[in-house]
Design a protein around this ligand. Structure first.
Ligand SMILES: NC(=O)C1=CN([C@@H]2O[C@H](COP(=O)(O)OP(=O)(O)OC[C@H]3O[C@@H](n4cnc5c(N)ncnc54)[C@H](O)[C@@H]3O)[C@@H](O)[C@H]2O)C=CC1
Ligand SMILES: O=C(O)C(=O)COP(=O)(O)O
Length: 524
């Protein structure tokens, strides 16, 4: 049974897939109300109101996924979630149109003084000449941040007869051409625009992107809009420039602090505000709720998610194809970890043949998580695997090879410790399964599932018999057994599997046998 905490107002109609799942319990409570039970939740669903801090994440030790029913994840400490192996997903396009429409409504309200005129009429006045506005037709709109929302605004602006200039350092010339907009550096765009609207995420780079310094280069009488995130336009500088009249007016949906209690901008008549309403339509709320509900359900059912912030995107079809390899490398990592009882310096992996048809970085993360899972008591998965390795000083190497050792695909891992090294080779055969085909340089073949004992010994008569006798005398049933050697009379290996993990006592007894060099126990 999974427990999901829905901490913000997310439309219940969209949460159907989660409400209907019999293995899921949905609790709708604010964080403050759920204080006592935070430790029980596997998933957390939020909008922008809940601040998902490192401290909150630490109080939710079972948390596996954080879903943002919306776009901006600036209210979530993504690095802290990543460090703990928690997947973060959002709903990237469910509210695009609503936010673009809201921005457009704010733009029209701004240049036609609609909020001010509205209040005036409601107060019994009829001051038509006080509210003479400006046409949008023929004006130049500067869009800063030209992603989904920026793109939709450009389309609408064109229909209104506006010239559109955009600034986005990551914009490709193809997309600019397709949407028929002129892309300019920010400092060239600012002096040309009559109206400027920002649509970037809030990041370290975009905090104060528009500020006292560069806004002075704008035309006197420019209009500004922020329906993205508070702080992209520096609020103090905006206030000063509005007071001076350099900026004619601003429409603001989002603030550094929400609600913006005591914010000086609210005192200015030239400022039109809404309470973070960009995504607040029936349609957008249904879209984003449905999107995150589907993502969370997929994730809790062990499937890949499409919109993760801290995992590479992978489709269900790709995931199904990569899954056997994903599992194989994870098991190989686990074998490496359980066999090497010393500090590890390096783990390298070589992919050959069909294994190269996939994004091998996903496989490498699975391998590293398989390795560390058995060593650490923190959750390790593909979200935080590389970070965990880095923090522990383990170098990760990835190579490709054309040598498949006769298989259609072949994956070899080498784990290097302070004193020893272990090589493991595996392959996946369609309709047959995955096999470990070489261990420590010995050819062997076993299915990496269950409880194993690896014994390296002298290749001479009686060793296998002695092992069998001791196990038999203690009523331990051997489920499977494989042997391998490099040459007659040299060193050889046995890999035995059991229905239950081998006890410490049995391990010691076998380890004391003559002609055994060393043994490893593994549970996969
Ligand atoms: N007011 C509201 O209710 C809503 C606000 N938002 C905000 O709008 C933002 C944009 O949303 P989308 O368009 O869906 O995201 P998006 O990811 O499609 O677009 C963001 C664009 O900003 C660009 N960008 C990033 N750094 C930049 C920089 N330093 N300078 C200029 N451009 C930069 C990116 O290249 C990208 O094209 C979200 O991050 C969110 O914070 C989104 C939805 C609703
Ligand atoms: O999607 C976004 O980034 C938004 O800002 C929407 O925020 P909300 O979900 O309405 O609190």
């Amino acid at each position: 049974m999974y427990r999901i905490l829905v901490a913000d107002a997310i439309k219940p109609e969209g949460l159907g897939p989660l409400l209907q799942a019999s293995h899921i319990e949905l609790v709708q409570q604010k964080i403050e109300e759920a204080e006592e039970s935070l430790h029980e939740f596997d998933a957390l669903l939020v909008r922008s109101a809940t601040k998902v801090t490192d401290e909150l994440i630490q109080r939710m030790p079972k948390l596996k996924i954080i879903a943002r029913a919306g776009v901006g994840v600036d209210n979530i400490d993504v690095p802290a979630a990543t460090k703990r192996g928690i997947v973060v997903v959002n709903a990237p396009d469910g509210n695009t149109i609503s936010t673009a429409e809201h921005t457009f409504a704010m733009m029209a309200a701004l240049v036609r003084h609609i909020p001010q005129a509205h209040s005036s009429v409601k107060n019994g006045e009829w001051k038509r000449s006080s509210f003479t506005g400006t046409e949008l037709n023929g004006k130049t709109l500067g869009i800063v941040g030209f992603g989904r929302i920026g793109g939709e605004i450009a389309k609408r602006a064109k229909v209104f007869g506006m010239n559109v200039l955009v600034f986005d350092p990551f914009l490709t010339s193809d997309r600019a051409k397709k949407l028929n907009v002129a892309a300019l550096p920010l400092k060239e765009l600012l002096p040309l625009a009559d109206i400027i609207t920002v649509h970037t995420p809030l990041t370290e780079e975009t905090k104060g992107l528009l500020n006292g310094k560069n806004l002075r280069s704008c035309k006197k009488g420019v209009y500004l809009l922020n329906c993205a995130r508070g702080g992209i336009i520096d609020e103090n500088d905006l206030y000063e420039l509005l007071l001076e009249g350099h900026i004619a007016g601003a429409a603001i949906d989002v603030f550094v602090e929400e609600p913006p209690l005591g914010n000086k901008l609210l005192e200015l008549d030239s400022v039109t505000v809404t309470p973070h309403l960009g995504a607040s339509t029936k349609e957008a709320q249904l879209n984003v709720a449905t999107q995150v509900a589907q993502e969370v359900l997929l994730f809790l059912n062990g499937n890949p998610v499409a919109n993760s912030i801290n995992l590479p995107a992978i489709s269900k079809e790709q995931f199904e194809r990569v899954q056997p390899f994903y599992q194989l490398v994870q098991q190989m990592g686990s074998i490496g970890s359980q066999c090497m009882k010393e500090g590890i310096r390096e783990i390298s992996v070589t992919y050959a043949g069909e294994a190269l048809n996939f994004d091998t970085s996903i496989l490498t993360k699975s391998l590293i998580s398989g390795f560390f899972k058995t060593r650490l008591d923190i959750p390790v998965n593909e979200v935080n695997a590389l970070l965990v390795a880095k923090e522990r000083g383990v170098t990760i190497g990835e190579k490709v090879s054309s040598d498949t050792y006769g298989y259609s695909n072949c994956i070899t891992i080498t784990v290097k410790g302070d004193n020893t090294q272990l090589d493991i080779r595996g392959t996946h055969v369609e309709n047959y399964g995955s096999r470990i085909v070489s261990l420590n340089g010995f050819n062997i073949e076993f299915l990496p599932e269950g409880n194993f004992l690896y014994i390296q010994h002298t290749d001479q008569p009686g060793v296998i018999g002695n092992v069998g006798k001791i196990l038999g005398n203690h009523n331990v049933n051997i489920a499977t057994m494989q042997v391998g050697r490099k040459q007659a009379g040299g060193e050889a290996i046995m890999v035995l599997s059991f229905d239950k993990p081998l006890s410490d006592e049995m391990f010691e007894k076998l380890n004391n046998l003559e002609d055994i060099f060393f043994m490893y126990r593994m549970s996969l």
